[in-house]
Design a protein around this ligand. Sequence first.
Ligand code: P6P
Length: 323
Amino acid sequence: MTTLAEFLPQHLQQHTLPAELGGVLESVVNACIQINRQVRLGALAGILGEAGTGNVQGEDQKKLDVIANNTLIQALQANPHVAGLASEEEDSFVACHENGGYLVLFDPLDGSSNIDVNISVGTIFSILTKPQGALDTASFLQPGRDQAASGYVLYGPQTQLVFTLKHGVFVFTLNENGEFIQTQANPQVPEQTREFAINMSNRRHWHAPMQQYIDQLLAGDTGCRGKNYNMRWVASMVAEIHRVLMRGGVFMYPQDKRDPAKPGKLRLMYEANPLSLILKQAGGAATNAETDMLDIQPEGLHQRVAVVMGSREEVEYVRRLHH
Ligand code: P6P
């Protein structure tokens, strides 16, 4: 049974990765262990319900959104190798240590609408190398391909940590002593799938190619795809993507015709890029339906993007329908 504390130094050395990168990952993980304690207690800790505040996304914040956000900010500000951080919950980036070599972006508690009804939520993180020169917003606007590391913690029936330092994907499960124990190495996303995840209630708002694709899946073995499909929708991206990583599937949040200026609901920097890197490292695919997700040049910290990611065969099929 390998603990994270045993695994990380070996992995860093094996791939000649900086110890500081491991230290930044550990700061994120330690914050998530604290968040986990609050999530698990729920009402017993008096942390369910609305915080009575809103975030830059125009969303009402849950108490746990604020707690998770503050926990991560405090943990990262305490690490001298963190030059700056950007949170989905914060208007702009937060400068930390001038000589730090890394930037950390995170969605502190994704899927938080599920918290009050005891459905899985997660923390998503992305670690970038800080570019030379003064820190500003542009320092964070790096394509997903340039991430140094990314991952998530899923607060589900088990609390699991999944991350990549771009040399494979590793899965750890939190034990009763509060230690992450490695439980899987290099899961691979199956190339084919019979499972798709989408919020069907938005069908009338999708563009024609996505409507066409989903209708083909719903036609099952009577349609051109020649096989029956199953649908899942948890409304918690971390839970969906973990399922895709473990058993395949295609997760989609398409562009909505109602707002042509808004390419999608999900955030490029805090959701799409970190989770796309994980899936790509595990043999999956990720696009905005047109372009490889990791090639998109970000234009803003809170940029939104359409998302199609998971089993390669389906993602490529969707991409062809959009060309
Ligand atoms: P909808 C959660 O709010 C989130 O950002 C993702 O975790 C999730 O996949 C999606 O939005 C759910 O969106 O429109 O179904 O509530």
